[in-house]
Design a protein around this ligand. Structure first.
Ligand code: 6PG
Length: 249
């Protein structure tokens, strides 16, 4: 498995605020195109801490007023198997920072039910995605992703069967060490998106970014398997996360 080939838009920003602003600009642009063409905007949100700044920007002027929230449907890239108000919940993260501050219809919030049996909740989400997107060539207008230091993205971890799933759009992931059980989108769901955006910040991710973009062999990097079939792939990094990249990338 070679590192990501060149079919992606790589941008490096001097600090996290400019990174978040660029990401918010992209979300607005994609939402406007989607609503103009298909009368709806579908986005799968990432978990973790990196997107906190982006969610706060999208919940505030001017960005909040540039998105047609009534035409927007929010999904998740993954969820921890905890109740929705648990501090580890990706739903709670997005709800506190964004969803509670914008006029999004409750029916347009497509939560992964982390409080339920993981396998059943994943099967239910897979079915919901299948009927929502109708089995066509595309899924989401945008999937937001982070990058773990081990090369994971969403809850697609190295060596887990979820990472190799080729049929279902959502599956459950077993607990591992301190990591809770998860529900995650699969690569078929992610790679059928119209746009995928990796948002990566901090010096702690510099090695993972270097491996992802420049290492010769990343066979154990799930993030390297994110290659939208017909959509765009963007990687927005801050200077620290890009700190080990050489000019060739
Ligand atoms: C999660 C995320 C996960 C995250 C990366 C990066 O549920 O934790 O979906 O894939 O994006 O682990 O996390 P940070 O943004 O906290 O570094």
């Amino acid at each position: 498995m070679k590192a990501m080939d060149r079919g992606y838009d790589l941008r490096v920003f001097e600090d996290s605020l400019s990174l978040d602003r660029a990401a918010a600009d992209l979300v607005v642009d994609l939402s406007r195109d989607a609503v103009a063409l298909r009368e709806r905007f579908t986005v799968a949100l990432s978990g973790g801490s990196t997107p906190r700044g982006l969610y706060g920007l999208l919940a505030s002027p001017p960005y909040r007023d540039l998105i047609d929230w009534k035409a927007t449907h929010v999904f998740w890239a993954d969820e921890r198997c905890v109740p929705p108000q648990h501090e580890d919940s990706n739903y709670r993260l997005a709800s506190d920072l964004l969803l509670s501050k914008v006029p999004l219809a409750r029916a347009h919030v497509h939560r992964m039910h982390g409080e339920s049996d993981p396998a059943a909740a994943a099967a239910s989400y897979d079915k919901e995605l299948g009927s929502f997107f109708g089995g066509g060539p595309f899924t989401f207008d945008l999937v937001l992703l982070g990058l773990g230091t081990d090369g994971h993205t969403a809850s697609l971890f190295p060596g887990e069967s979820a990472t190799c799933e080729t049929g279902r759009l959502a599956v459950s992931v077993p607990a591992e060490g301190r990591r809770e059980r998860r529900i995650t989108l699969t690569l078929p769901a992610i790679n059928r998106a119209r746009a995928v955006l990796f948002l990566v910040a901090g010096a702690g991710k510099a090695t993972a970014v270097k491996n992802l973009l420049q290492a010769g062999n990343v066979s154990n990097y799930p993030a390297a398997l994110v290659r939208p079939e017909r959509g765009s792939l963007s990687l927005y990094l801050d200077g620290e996360a890009a700190g080990l990249l050489t000019a060739s990338s």
